[in-house]
Design a protein around this ligand. Structure first.
Ligand code: ZN
Ligand code: ZN
Length: 290
């Protein structure tokens, strides 16, 4: 079976067309077969505007997948659920935990799901699917669930904690990616890849029986990465021979520039309004079919 998959970037840190707005955050709109999936929701400041400007009807959403519980991916959830109250939401249970980041002066700030969105999620709890393992949606999209951490050069990429006193590190087991099979190979969308982009891609290959990865779009959280981590990440991405790589959001400017430089002809823009199309191949049969 083949079908068309169209991905539209609704929220990202940069926007280049008139009327589109940028914010630190990420959201993808995925039209897959006859269904629509929202992967992340940005901070909530620009989602509705950008959807309107890009001709995306949020009320057509069949499923919302949250990559993890940080505010820059979940802050538009209340708006998205208001558009379609019967939508199924896929998230790991740890996404709902309190989340904090330590500031340079030792104080902390809250970076979890904003209160109004927590409340919207509570109201939709009968439509919440907890992704503690790989989960396949009926349209063929797979939510990875928690990503095994196997590389020795990747960590969650920041001073993330579960308490305001910054005593309990947040391992971010809620971090997950989504993927589907295209005719050209696997297509992976990342939220922040706090598990490590290479850990994530290796896990996807494990889940697909080592099928080659055709495209990767999204946040790679290399914003504060050491030179060594960046080098090893680029080497690993080069070895995977990914045809289309769209580093975005928390990949950071320096790492994005390094990737464009090191992988000529393979990197593609990924900002608000970017549209990419793929031919859907077959539905993988990983995890429970929902
Ligand atoms: Zn994050
Ligand atoms: Zn982020």
């Amino acid at each position: 079976m083949t079908d068309n998959v169209r991905i539209t970037v609704l929220v990202e840190n940069t926007a280049e067309s008139p009327g589109l707005l940028a914010e630190h955050g990420l959201a993808f709109w995925i039209e897959i077969g006859s269904q629509c999936v929202l992967f992340d929701t940005g901070q909530g400041g620009v989602l509705v505007n950008n959807a309107y400007r890009l001709g995306v009807s949020l009320n057509r959403v069949d499923a919302i997948v949250l990559s993890h519980g940080h505010y820059d991916h979940t802050g538009g959830l209340a708006d998205a659920l208001r558009s379609h109250q019967r939508t199924t939401v896929y998230a790991h249970p740890d996404a709902m935990k309190p989340k904090f980041a330590r500031n340079q002066d030792g104080s902390s700030r809250e970076i979890g799901i904003p209160g109004v969105c927590q409340e919207a999620l509570r109201r939709s709890r009968d439509r919440l699917v907890l992704t503690e393992k790989p989960t396949t949606l009926s349209n063929g999209l797979v939510v990875t669930g928690p990503v095994p951490r196997i590389t020795d050069f990747e960590d969650t990429g920041g001073p993330f904690f579960l308490d305001a006193q910054c005593q309990q590190p947040d391992p971010l087991w809620d971090d997950q990616a989504i993927f589907f099979e295209s005719k050209q190979g696997t297509v992976v969308l990342l939220g922040c890849a706090h598990s490590g982009v290479i850990n994530t891609l290796r896990y996807v290959r494990q889940l697909t029986g080592d099928r080659s990865i055709h495209a990767v779009l999204g946040g790679m959280h290399l914003v504060g990465a050491s030179a060594q981590r960046l080098e090893r990440t680029i080497d690993s991405l080069g070895e995977m021979k990914i045809d289309r790589l769209g580093p975005a959001h928390c990949t950071g400017r320096a790492a994005t520039a390094a990737l464009w430089d090191a992988l000529p002809g393979r990197c593609i823009p990924c900002h608000v309004g970017t549209r990419v199309e793929f031919d859907l191949f077959t539905s993988p049969t990983i995890g429970a079919s929902l």
